[in-house]
Write a new protein. Structure first.
Length: 283
């Protein structure tokens, strides 16, 4: 992986043969019904409906200020909604903390990845979940087991790193995202929420992340891909939601939408035409 960093070509080829969105599961992995969130007099989210099935990639697209961060914090247990219903595998939930969300199999990978750059890859992989040996109360970290498990878990996701003892800060941004995705899958995530994972990456590094989003989907994980990039979303998504100023303004499924439709929905057809006209007149 470190020697042969993939570009977007194989992702584009795979996406081109990507079947239309599968039929909705009887019991979605995650569902929001008319969820709203306010902060005092500020309405952050209003009447949000979201349906996420196992083994699919659900993309939530929106520009800055659309409400993506608030939505992520509701899904991950940081915020409680003020209205509506939040269901996980059919059960209505009322999370009090991110730990409650993790207990129900919802893992969130934020942009900062919650990694320690100077610590090794395997230490970061087990950060907060360190295996021990000996008497539990006085046990020592099972270093060899942790290293072997990290290497095996990464290989299962198709991530081949030469040395898991190297500091994770020496990896590229795309590789660190891939490790974070593999870490969540290894520890039993049923729903994986990715917060703008490609926002600060170039084309080649974005290709790494998109590749492992598809790998997580193939393992049956319900992936929620939060992004402002319709091009990346279109390559891997099965269902698409457009979030604008705290409202879901459009929903699409793969096979019934084109990239241009996503771009138009995000920008607003009339606004995009006006902007294009202004730019052409300046040039």
């Amino acid at each position: 992986m470190t020697e042969n960093t993939p570009d977007l070509t194989p992702i584009i080829e795979e996406a081109a043969g990507h079947d239309p969105a599968p039929p909705a599961a009887d019991t979605p992995a995650l569902r929001l019904d008319d969820v709203g969130k306010t902060f005092g007099s500020v309405i952050a989210l209003r009447n949000i409906n979201l349906h996420v099935d196992p083994g699919t990639v659900t993309c939530v697209l929106g520009d800055n200020g659309a409400g993506k961060s608030t939505l992520i914090k509701i899904l991950s247990g940081v915020h409680k909604p003020n209205s509506g219903k939040f269901r996980v595998q059919g059960d209505e939930v009322d999370f009090s903390s991110p730990r409650d969300a993790l207990a129900r199999g919802i893992a969130t990978v934020y942009q900062d990845l919650a990694t320690v750059p100077l610590m090794s890859i395997w230490r970061n992989f087990f950060l907060g979940n360190e295996p021990t040996q000996g008497v539990k109360a006085f046990g020592f970290m099972a270093t060899k087991r942790a290293q072997h498990t990290t290497k095996a878990a990464l290989l299962e996701m198709g991530i081949d790193l030469r040395d898991t003892n190297q500091p994770i800060g020496t990896l590229s941004g795309g590789e660190r995202q891939a490790v974070a995705i593999a870490r969540a899958v290894h520890f039993g995530a049923k729903v994986l929420i990715l917060d703008e994972p490609t926002s600060a990456l170039g084309v080649r590094q974005s290709g790494i992340v998109l590749k492992y989003i598809l790998a997580a989907r193939e393992r049956g994980v319900a992936v929620v891909f939060i992004t402002h990039n319709p091009h990346h979303a279109f390559l891997v998504g099965d269902r698409f939601y457009i979030l604008n100023r705290g409202r879901m303004i459009a929903e699409f499924v793969r096979g019934k939408v084109e990239l241009e439709d996503l771009i138009q929905a995000m920008a607003g057809g009339a606004e995009l035409e006006t902007l294009a006209h202004e730019i052409s007149s300046i040039r």
